[in-house]
Design a binder for this molecule. Sequence first.
Ligand code: SAM
Length: 247
Amino acid sequence: MDTDSRDVRAHGNETAAGSSTKQYTAHLERSRRVWDRWSDWYGMSERDFEPIRERAIDRLDLQAGDRVLDIGCGPGVNFEHIRSQIGSDGELVAVDYSPEMVANARNRIDRHGWENVVVHQADATTVDFDESFDAAVATLSLGVMPDAHRTVENIHRLLVPGGQLAVVDVRPTPSGPLRLLNPLIWRFFRWYANWNPANDVPGSLHHTFTECELTETAVGGTAYTMICRRAGSAVEAGNSDPETAEQ
Ligand SMILES: C[S@@+](CC[C@H](N)C(=O)[O-])C[C@H]1O[C@@H](n2cnc3c(N)ncnc32)[C@H](O)[C@@H]1O
């Protein structure tokens, strides 16, 4: 188990441009403490959000052999569903900052004997890889990042041209009388999940990706799914077969 260090390299500056180094580091370290604490108590969240997570992944239209990135994977709640779609020829690479979450995710991999699923203990905002990804998922993770905007930019950079990102996240109640409870809800999320009120996940997605669609809302609009696509086509990504290249 990794306990105190990242096992992949970082891209660019290790802290966020928009927040001070001190704020960034403090948020990241609190995140590790909070998620280490919840790592053995994640069953209810895994069950409750499973349907919306799986519908989001289904929208990526993953193919056998695809290479997929799972950002803030927690204890590996998305692995089985993604693995069932990319098969044994695909590759699933997951990243989480909490060493205890990473340990649980690795236990899940060992239990299933998946040889093409790997988890790195790393900060998703700066993590870097040699090879690009056909698709990425970030379920319930962007909102807790120290700088979601920069994390979204990093994911965009790691995707092949035409690659898609599926995001499930939560936001303040957008309308109706429940809006009055927003300050209380956010205070609770901040304590429970180290939620970062400075993040505007939908805004960052729209700003970074050329195409972005809100495909589902749930729990009175508080939970939502967005599917975003990086500009370009499979031809640019090295697929010169016009039959299979995206238009
Ligand atoms: C609410 S859990 C979501 C887990 C899982 N994706 C799901 O859908 O249930 C948020 C996860 O994001 C991880 N996380 C928070 N900040 C991170 C960062 N900067 N880099 C990587 N992972 C991070 C936490 O450790 C935690 O496991």
